[in-house]
Design a protein around this ligand. Sequence first.
Ligand code: IPE
Ligand code: IPE
Ligand code: MG
Length: 230
Amino acid sequence: MTNERAPAGARHVAIIMDGNGRWAKKRHLPRAVGHQRGVEAVRALVRAARQMGLEALTLYAFSTENWRRPEEEVSALFGLLKRYIREDLAEFVENNVRLHIIGNYKALAPDVVALLDDALERTAHNDGTTLAVALNYGSQDEIARAAARAAAKGPITPEAIEAELDTAGLPPLDLLIRTSGELRLSNFLLWQVAYAELWFTDVLWPDFTPDHLREALDQFGQRERRYGGR
Ligand code: IPE
Ligand code: IPE
Ligand code: MG
């Protein structure tokens, strides 16, 4: 196994995995097939992120707005999620991948919650790459929940809110990628993106490969991050 390092010190990459439906439509296939192929892209990418030594990879899998989709599509998506976790959990355990969930996952179906809780527990002591999956995630919902918890403890400051976000404990976000050519954030990591670099590609998610991640990280390495200074 190669031991390549993520270039230029990127520690935390997040991805809005978009375009499964359009990928399937182009091929006259059902949307569910696009989602299936999307899972294959996830599997390859998680392996690559681990081999590159990324500290954290956060993947947008299901938004608070995705409930607006037909029930059949929603249940297909959760079916695929359950299968992915069942099939790859042993690999996470073996390869020191820690699973983390952002979003209000406790509100999901009881069998999904049980599966996730088990996977979280079994990977909790791993200290390699953290795979953070955004499920029933909306950034506005996350910030509102964090602010409420911060307010219950004391004065509401940016630091106090940040400490209560679902991403607390992960490294600061370095790079946000969105596939499929859409130039919007769709309620993803609005707080965390404050000084992240952004990278957009027309590639549809099922076609996204570790080489695309390498390309994004290479370009990230050439950017100058100024954080408002000079
Ligand atoms: C992304 O692909 C997967 C999820 C949002 C769950 P889409 O299903 O949004 O694909 P498009 O945008 O319709 O092509
Ligand atoms: C964002 O994609 C959500 C996920 C990738 C899970 P959408 O396809 O839901 O976003 P919009 O509707 O195009 O903004
Ligand atoms: Mg979409």
